[in-house]
Ligand binder design. Structure first.
Ligand SMILES: Cc1ncc(COP(=O)(O)O)c(C=O)c1O
Length: 397
């Protein structure tokens, strides 16, 4: 008798595939078949990586930087990460307190693996980025979602955070500007959340990947600066993906107390080893080089945000508040569910794909069944066509 394959790991039963990536590949699949779908699903800047950054990668290739590097990144990249933290956040971190990983997602995953044990509660403000609960579950944690209200611009209040924390809370995840809502905390609001966190012995992950894509021109001081006592238990995760239009290069980084970085380095040494040496050279150039290309990109995102919000709010049954950052609008679609014959944002997303040939992501996996997300990290021309198509389709129902 020929033996059959044994079962897969039960760990994987705890997680589901990323719904944003699933919709992105559905859009790609249709586009490859010749259907002219407009993709609003992918969360990545449509700008090219800066020439100076590409040149640093070419220089690394010419210099023959083809070997393994230190697990946590080259000295040059570590220095660039430290320079960035000092320049942009006023934070001093040592080499032993930073590590480079294979994208921000990897940095966040490693951080959760480093601090969570079976059954630990992880407080995640909602609506949330789809990967946080699954990463927490894969690390043995139990996600505890705390929904922020739409009326409050999807910003969690200090009182709501306080009410959610229990002695079982091992980790709190904060993300501003937020994916999927674009909700962006002011310095005063960060300070209020920080004050609550000083009273609870938990780890804090601060996901800063959209820190520069905010439209109020503010540069709020970091949580760790506002409450220095939190430095010992805060893990800052960031990435070059969104700020520098480098999603495909896969470089993320983490700043945290040395024991956390040591634990992550061990984990990385037994899993991925170092991120790509060539991508590290590019990321170092992006982080430590001139930052002047950033402002025009953010300005262009602002133009698109203003346009898209106006269009959405002019469509009967759809509504959105103007988000303060990131490049997403999280649209309340409840007002069209009945005429579209759907019961939630996921079903509406499928209708929009079939009927309007526009790929958006339903809100269910972000924590809200009333919403769907549009990423406006695509050209103004496509945004205009996509919004025309959504308007036409919903108007025809
Ligand atoms: C909130 C948030 N954090 C982290 C990431 C990870 O980005 P990357 O792995 O491309 O660096 C993303 C990507 O979409 C995100 O939206």
């Amino acid at each position: 008798m020929i033996a059959s394959a044994p079962s897969l790991s039960s760990r994987l039963a705890r997680v589901k595939p990323s719904s944003t990536l699933a919709m992105t590949s559905k859009v790609l699949e249709l586009q490859q078949k010749g259907v002219k779908v407009i993709g609003f699903a992918a969360g990545e800047p449509d700008f090219p990586t800066w020439e100076s950054v590409c040149e640093a990668a070419h220089a690394a290739i010419r210099a023959g930087e083809f070997r393994y590097t230190a697990v946590g990144g080259t000295p040059r990249l570590k220095q660039a990460i430290r320079t960035k933290l000092e320049r942009d956040n006023g934070l001093a971190y040592a080499d032993a307190e930073v590590i480079a990983s294979c994208g921000g997602k990897h940095s966040l995953y490693n951080a959760m693996q480093a601090v969570l044990d079976e059954g630990d509660e992880v407080v995640i403000p909602g609506p949330f980025w789809v990967s946080y609960p699954d990463m927490a579950a894969l690390s043995g944690g139990t996600p505890r979602i705390v929904m922020a209200s739409e009326a409050n611009g999807f910003l969690l209040t200090a009182a709501e955070l306080e009410a959610a924390l229990t002695p079982k809370t091992k980790l709190v995840v904060l993300n501003s500007p937020s994916n999927p809502t674009g909700a962006t905390y002011s310095e005063a609001q960060i300070a209020e959340l920080a004050r609550v966190l000083t009273k609870h012995s938990c780890w804090i992950i601060v996901d800063d990947v959209y820190e520069f894509i905010r439209y109020d021109g503010a540069r709020p001081r970091h949580l760790v600066t506002l409450e220095p006592s939190l430095r010992d238990r805060t893990i800052i995760c960031n990435s070059v993906s969104k700020t520098y239009a480098m999603t495909g290069w896969r470089i993320g980084y983490t700043a945290a107390p040395a024991p956390v970085i040591r634990a992550i380095t061990t984990l990385q040494s037994q899993s991925t080893s170092n991120p790509s040496s060539i991508a590290q050279a590019a990321a170092a150039a992006a982080l430590a080089g001139p930052q002047s290309m950033l402002a025009p990109m953010v300005e262009e995102f602002r133009r698109r945000r203003d346009y898209i919000c106006e269009r959405v709010n002019s469509i009967d049954g759809l509504s959105v508040g103007v988000p303060g950052g990131a490049f997403y609008v999280f649209i309340n679609g409840r007002g069209v569910f009945a005429k579209a014959g759907v019961g939630d944002g996921d079903a509406l997303a499928l209708k929009l794909l079939e009927g309007a040939e526009v790929g958006v992501v339903g809100g269910n996996d972000f924590g809200s069944r009333d919403h769907f997300r549009i990423s406006y990290a695509t050209s103004m021309e496509l945004i205009e066509r996509g919004m025309d198509s959504i308007e036409r389709y919903l108007g025809s129902l």
